[in-house]
Ligand binder design. Structure first.
Ligand code: RAM
Length: 541
C-alpha cells in the first residue's frame, strides 16, 4: 500500500493504492447490488398478553420460570407508581421497537418520572443481576434502558431495537402525583415473507414444534441482512449466513436477502480479497477489520453454490465466482504437504464450535477439503473449470494426507492434534469431506456416540454438521434421534426460539462468561427447518 500521507489526494498514489486492492474495480458495483437488494421490513403491531411474575424454580431452565399473574387491562386500570415493578409477557419472542403511553391520573406532574425497562428473551435474564457485570462482551448488549419522562402525557419510544419475550418495568423515581401506563406496543419487524411448507400429516408432534420454533428463529434473524441474533450481535457472519440461507431456501425462499449478503461480504473483503468473517451495515457497510476465520471464508463458496442451486441465478454466481476462488487460493497458502498448517495461524481464529478444548486440526482440514470439492462443483456450473483445473487433484491429495495424519484405522476413528483427541467434529468433517467412506464414517460416528470421553459438540452450530454427517453415512435414525433430542431438549426447557448455546449438561454455559448475554434467538440454530424439509423421509413421518 502507498505510505504517502496524502494518498487520498495525491492522484498517482491513489492509483497505486487502488491497484493494490484485489478486484478494486468491482467492489463499488458489488456494494451497489447489495444496496439494491435491501429488503423491505414487514411490521406487525404486538401487545402484551399478560402480566406475569417470576418464580424461582430449580427445575426450570436456568432456575426461573414465569407464572401468569393477571390480565394486562388490570395494569392499565391501576397505578404504576403503586406497583413499582411489573413484568409483562408478550406471548412470543419478538424483535422490534417498544413503546407505551404514560399519563398522570389527575394531579398534574410536578417532576419527571424515571423508569427502567429490561427486555428479556428468557426468564433468567430478568432475574440475574447484571452488575457488577462479569461478561466478556460489552455490558451494553444487555437490554436494560433507563427512561426519564419529562412531561405528561407522554408517548415513549425506546430508541434501540429490542429482542424479547418478557419486559420488566421498574419505577425508579417519582414525585407526589400518580400515573398509569397504557398502549404498550412492540412494532415487530422481520424481512421474512411468504409461507413455509406445511409438514406432512402424521409428522411427529415434537418435530412439528421444532419446525415452528425453527421458523420463528429464522424469521426473526432475517432483517436487512441475515443477522446472527436479533439481540446480539445483530450482524452478518458468514457461518450464520450459510446456515440461514440453507434454511431460507427451503422455507421462506427470500433469495434476494441471500444475494444481498453475498454481495455485501464480497464488496467488503480485505485488500487481498480475503473475506472478513463479519460485516456491519450501519452507518455505512463496513467490515469488522482483521476479523478473519478461515472456516467461515471457505463456507462462503458453499453458500454461493447452494444459492445458485436454489435460484439458478447464474449472473450472481458468475460475478462472485472470483471471490470463491480467492478464498481457496488464500487457504492453499496454509497447506504444507496437503495438510492445513496450524502453525501458520496468526492472530485469527477458527470457529467450528463454542468449545475451547476442541482440537480443530482435523476439522479445518476436512472443511477445507469439503469447500474445495464444492468449489469445483461451482466452477463447473459457472463454466470456470479452467481456473480450478487442479482442484479435483487437490481434493484427492488432501484426503490422502488426512487419512495418513488423522485416521486411526485400527480404532476406526479420526484423531486430531498432539494429544490425538477424539471429538465428534473431527469425525463429522472427515465424513463431510469425503475422506472417510460412508461405512468408515458410520463406524467412526457410532464409536464417538458411545464414547463418553469424546469431545462433544457444544453448540447448535456444531450439531448442524453432526446431523449432516449422520445422514451422509446413512445413519438416519440416529440423525433423527439427535435432532429431536437436542433441539427438542431446548423446547422442553421452554424455548420460544432456538439458542446460540445449548449444553444439556450445563444450562448456564456462556462463551462470554455471563449467560444473560447469550443470544436466545440465534441464526445458526434454526437449521432443523432445513433438515425437516430436505429429508422428509427421515423427519416427516
Ligand atoms: C458470535 C456469534 C455468531 C458467530 C460468531 C463466530 O459472535 O455467535 O453467531 O458466527 O460468534
Amino acid at each position: 500500500m502507498c505510505a504517502c500521507v496524502a494518498a487520498a489526494t495525491c492522484i498517482p498514489c491513489a492509483a497505486v493504492a487502488q491497484n493494490d486492492v484485489w478486484m478494486a474495480g468491482e467492489r463499488a458495483g458489488w456494494l451497489r447490488k447489495a444496496a439494491e437488494a435491501m429488503p423491505v421490513l414487514r411490521h406487525a403491531e404486538r401487545h402484551p398478553v399478560a402480566v406475569v411474575r417470576s418464580v424461582a424454580d430449580t427445575a426450570a431452565f436456568q432456575g426461573w420460570r414465569m407464572e401468569y399473574a393477571e390480565p394486562v387491562e388490570a395494569l392499565y386500570g391501576s397505578s404504576l407508581k403503586e406497583r413499582g415493578t411489573v413484568t409483562l409477557d408478550m406471548g412470543e419472542h419478538l424483535t422490534g421497537c417498544f413503546s407505551f403511553r404514560i399519563n398522570h391520573t389527575g394531579m398534574p406532574a410536578d417532576a419527571p418520572i424515571r423508569l427502567r425497562l429490561t427486555f428479556a428473551e428468557v426468564p433468567a435474564e430478568l432475574n440475574t443481576p447484571f452488575d457488577p457485570y462479569p461478561g466478556g462482551l460489552s455490558r451494553a448488549w444487555l437490554q436494560d434502558e433507563t427512561v426519564t419522562v419529562m412531561r405528561l402525557p407522554a408517548e415513549v419510544r425506546i430508541e434501540r431495537r429490542v429482542a424479547c419475550r418478557y419486559v420488566k418495568i421498574e419505577v425508579l423515581a417519582t414525585s407526589y402525583f400518580d400515573f398509569r401506563i397504557s398502549d404498550i406496543t412492540l412494532d415487530a419487524v422481520t424481512s421474512a415473507s411468504g409461507g413455509a411448507p406445511q409438514l406432512a400429516a402424521g409428522t411427529d408432534p415434537m418435530i412439528g414444534r421444532i419446525y415452528e420454533t425453527g421458523l420463528k428463529t429464522l424469521s426473526e434473524c432475517m432483517q436487512t441482512v441475515y443477522e446472527d441474533g436479533p439481540k446480539r450481535d445483530q450482524r452478518l457472519w458468514i457461518g450464520d449466513l450459510y446456515l440461514e440461507s440453507l434454511a431460507n431456501a427451503c422455507t421462506f425462499r427470500n433469495h434476494e436477502l441471500t444475494r444481498r449478503c453475498l454481495y455485501l461480504l464480497a464488496g467488503l473483503a480485505d485488500e487481498e480479497g480475503w473475506l472478513h468473517a463479519t460485516v456491519y451495515e450501519y452507518p455505512e457497510p463496513e467490515p469488522q477489520y482483521n476479523q478473519h476465520t478461515m472456516d467461515y471464508s471457505l463456507l462462503y463458496g458453499v453458500a454461493l453454490l447452494e444459492y445458485l442451486k436454489a435460484t439458478g441465478d447464474m449472473e450472481t454466481a458468475r460475478e462472485l465466482w472470483p471471490v470463491v476462488a480467492r478464498q481457496i487460493e488464500i487457504a492453499r497458502t496454509y497447506l504444507k504437504d496437503n495438510l492445513y498448517d496450524m502453525q501458520k495461524q496468526p492472530q485469527w481464529w477458527l470457529v467450528f464450535d463454542w468449545k475451547d478444548d476442541l482440537d480443530r486440526h482435523a476439522s479445518v482440514q476436512g472443511l477445507m477439503t469439503f469447500a474445495v470439492e464444492r468449489g469445483w462443483e461451482l466452477a463447473r456450473m459457472v463454466g470456470r473449470e479452467d481456473e480450478a483445473a487442479d482442484w479435483p487433484d487437490l481434493v484427492k491429495a488432501m484426503r490422502r494426507a488426512s487419512r495418513e495424519a488423522f485416521y486411526d484405522r485400527r480404532a476406526g476413528v479420526v484423531v486430531s492434534g498432539p494429544q490425538r483427541q477424539v471429538s465428534y467434529l473431527s469425525q463429522v468433517w472427515m465424513v463431510l469431506s469425503g475422506t472417510l467412506s460412508a461405512k468408515e464414517g458410520a463406524r467412526a460416528l457410532t464409536a464417538v456416540l458411545a464414547d463418553p470421553t469424546a469431545c462433544r459438540p457444544g453448540s447448535p452450530y456444531a450439531y448442524h454438521y453432526l446431523i449432516e454427517a449422520l445422514i451422509a453415512c446413512g445413519m438416519e435414525d440416529e440423525a433423527r434421534r439427535q435432532l429431536v433430542g437436542y433441539w427438542g431438549g431446548m423446547i422442553e426447557r421452554g424455548a420460544d426460539t432456538f439458542w446460540e448455546v445449548y449444553d444439556p449438561a450445563d444450562e448456564y454455559k456462556s462463551p462470554y462468561g455471563f449467560h444473560p448475554v447469550n443470544s436466545y434467538c440465534h441464526a445458526w440454530s434454526c437449521t432443523p427447518v432445513y433438515f425437516i424439509n430436505t429429508y422428509r423421509e427421515i423427519f416427516q413421518r
